[in-house]
Design a protein around this ligand. Sequence first.
Ligand code: DP6
Length: 324
Amino acid sequence: MADNKATAHAQSNIAFIKYWGNRDDRLRLPVSGSLSMNLDGLTTTTTVTFDEALAEDEITIGGVLATGNAAARVSDFLDQVRHRAAHELKARVQSENNFPTGAGIASSASAFAALALAASRALGLDLSEPQLSALARLGSGSASRSVPGGYVEWYVGDSHETSYAESFAPAEHWDLVDCVAIVSTRHKETGSTEGHAIAQTSPLQAARVQGAAVRIATCKEAILMRDFTKFADVVELDSTVMHSVMMTGTPPLFYWQPATLTVMEQVRRWRAGGLPVCYTIDAGANVHCICLSSDVDEVETRLRDLDGVNNVLRAAAGGPARIV
Ligand code: DP6
């Protein structure tokens, strides 16, 4: 683009089969593949302007100038894009989330997917979707999955080029909805990047990794067949397997709070009573409850009735990252 400027939208995603632990922390090459759904409406919008008047990158997130580690992470990522485009200009980055931070929705996924697309376009790089997904992965692993649309698999790969995400079904394929039960808005938990770095200290990580390919295949088949029972079993299993690794590492990471367990127990009970709903939990206390769009009002009402649930956010399956 002649004016060195571009704006992109990207959506967050929820992993049904989780990413936890890297083979290469710097390149964010994961130890196992993962599977997710993009979250419609939970969007980051990012404008990147490369400008010769700038001596340093200038990054604002939600109108606030980023400093320290947050700014360094974005600048390091921009270096990767500059390197690929053989450019040296510094950039102004303006990024906004339309969902509350600290609400248990991963913002790094949508943030780095939007940044990868906006920055690469602003410098005139014409990347294929797999190349863009691999680039986004360097900023945040889960961001690789926010580049393609709908239901997505991130391939474990064995190199930068081969570890990218691809859609295996469009958003319209199955009308799943993520109802996020917010039980905590604390932001003090150990972040994912730190968590990935200690995953291998858990004696259970080897077993998690060993079973990941089978869980991915099972989950993918369940989605393709729209088989909710099969889907629910493998999604809940995979979440609990990841949390078992978290809880048994050095240092151990306990993300669940009492209200997390309340929601988990009730969701299992509702499913046993005939309501198709299941849960999955990321590196936080909030519970992502996955259901069919026809049941979303019922699920939200039941969640709001539970002690310790402060709010419920909803997101249907969403589309790919795109230039605005
Ligand atoms: C628990 O992608 O946030 O949400 O690569 O360090 O940014 P970084 O980690 P991140 O890890 C996501 C971890 C997870 C599971 C998942 O989304 O697959």
